[in-house]
Ligand binder design. Structure first.
Ligand code: NDP
Length: 304
C-alpha cells in the first residue's frame, strides 16, 4: 500500500516536472523561481511544510528559495522583502508562510496583500478560505472557486485508491475551515455520502467503524485506533502532531491523528505517517495552483 501511494505521488510529480520542462522548451532561458518567505516558525509544522514545498519545487525543476526573516523583523521589514521579491524578475511565485512569528505586531492581511498579484500563488490558496470562496465550494460551484490544497490533495488520494464511488459510506472527522469543512463540501460534490464528525459527536468509534472511506483532521495524537477502523477501509490521515522521541536528533517525531501501527492492519489503503502522508498531497494541491499559475499567469485571477 505504501509503495502504491508513493508511486502515485511520483506520478503526480512527474506530471508537474513535464509541465515545467515544456515551459523551458518554449524558452530555454526560463527557470521558474519561487520564494517562500517565513518570519521564524512559531510552530514546527510550518518549517515542515516549507521544507516539503522546497523539496517538491526543486524536484519539479523550480528554483526554490527559502527567505527566512528573524523574529525581530518588523512589519516594514517584511513588506520591504516582499517589494524586493515583487521587483525581482527571476522570481515568479511568492508564498508567504503563515503564521508570521515576529515579536512585533504584524498585520497579516496587509503583508499577504502586498504580494504582487501575478506572483501571489499562495494568495489563491489563502483565498480558498474566504467566505465567498467557501460559499461557492459549499454550493458546488467547483468550476468557479479555488479548492483548498489539503482537501484537494486528499480527494486526489481517494480517487487514486480506485474503487471510489458514491455508494461508499464516507466519514470525516473534523470541521475546521482549513481541512474538515472544505473536505466535506468536496466529498459531497464528488457524490460521496458523507457524515462529518467533530468534538461533540457522541460515539466516534462507532461512526468510524461504519466508514468505507475515513478522512481525519483532528490534531490529536493517534486518537483514532486501529480497532475502530472497518476492514478494508480507505484511511486518509491529515493529522500532523509532534511527540517527544529521545531516539531522534531533534528530540521529537511526527505522528498522525490515526494510530498507524494498528490501523494499517485493518485498512485497505492508509496514508503514511507524516512526513510522507497527506502533506505531499497538500503540496500537490499547491503545485496544481503553481502549474496553473505559471501557465496562466493573471488569466487565472480573472477567469475565476
Ligand atoms: P482544528 O483544530 O482547526 O480542527 C480540529 C477539528 O477536529 C475540529 O473540527 C474539532 O471539532 C475536531 N476535534 C477535536 N477534538 C475532537 C475529538 N475529541 N473528537 C472528534 N473531533 C474532534 O485543526 P485543523 O483542521 O487545522 O488541523 C487538523 C490536523 O490536520 C492537525 O493535525 C494539522 O496539523 C493537520 N493539518 C495537516 C495539513 C496537511 O497538509 N496534512 C494541513 C492542515 C492541517 P470541533 O469543531 O467540534 O471543535
Amino acid at each position: 500500500l505504501e509503495s502504491q501511494l508513493l508511486c502515485n505521488r511520483i506520478q503526480v510529480r512527474e506530471r508537474l516536472k513535464k509541465n515545467v520542462e515544456q515551459m523551458k522548451s518554449q524558452d530555454p532561458n526560463f527557470r521558474p523561481g519561487l520564494v517562500v518567505l517565513q518570519v521564524r516558525a512559531r510552530v514546527y509544522d510550518s518549517s515542515l511544510y516549507i521544507s516539503m514545498k522546497l523539496k517538491v519545487a526543486a524536484e519539479i525543476g523550480i528554483n526554490a528559495i527559502h527567505l527566512r526573516l528573524p523574529r525581530t523583523a518588523t512589519e516594514d521589514e517584511v513588506l520591504h522583502s516582499i517589494t524586493e521579491v515583487n521587483e525581482n524578475s527571476a522570481i515568479h511565485v511568492l508564498i508567504v508562510q503563515l503564521p508570521l512569528d515576529s515579536i512585533y505586531k504584524i498585520d497579516t492581511e496587509k503583508v499577504t496583500n502586498a504580494a504582487a498579484p501575478e506572483k501571489d500563488v499562495d494568495g489563491k490558496a489563502l483565498r480558498c478560505f474566504n467566505t465567498i470562496n467557501a460559499g461557492k465550494l459549499s454550493r458546488g460551484d467547483l468550476g468557479d472557486c479555488f479548492i483548498p490544497c489539503t482537501p484537494n490533495g486528499c480527494m486526489e488520494l481517494i480517487r487514486q485508491t480506485g474503487g471510489y464511488s458514491g455508494e461508499n459510506r464516507t466519514k470525516l472527522i473534523g470541521r475546521s475551515k482549513i481541512v474538515g469543512a472544505p473536505m466535506h463540501d468536496l466529498l459531497l460534490r464528488n457524490h460521496a455520502t458523507v457524515t462529518t464528525c467533530h468534538s461533540k459527536t457522541a460515539d466516534l468509534a462507532a461512526e468510524v467503524g461504519r466508514a468505507d472511506i475515513l478522512v481525519v483532521g483532528i490534531g490529536k495524537v493517534e486518537m483514532v485506533k486501529g480497532d475502530w477502523v472497518k476492514k478494508g477501509a480507505v484511511v486518509i490521515d491529515c493529522g500532523i502532531n509532534h511527540i517527544l522521541d529521545g531516539t531522534r536528533p531533534s528530540g521529537k517525531r511526527e505522528v498522525g491523528d490515526v494510530q498507524y501501527s494498528s490501523a494499517k492492519e485493518q485498512a485497505g489503503f492508509i496514508t503514511l505517517v507524516p512526513p510522507g502522508g497527506v502533506e505531499p498531497m497538500t503540496e500537490h494541491g499547491l503545485s496544481v495552483f503553481l502549474s496553473l499559475y505559471l501557465h496562466g499567469g493573471n488569466d487565472i485571477v480573472s477567469s475565476r
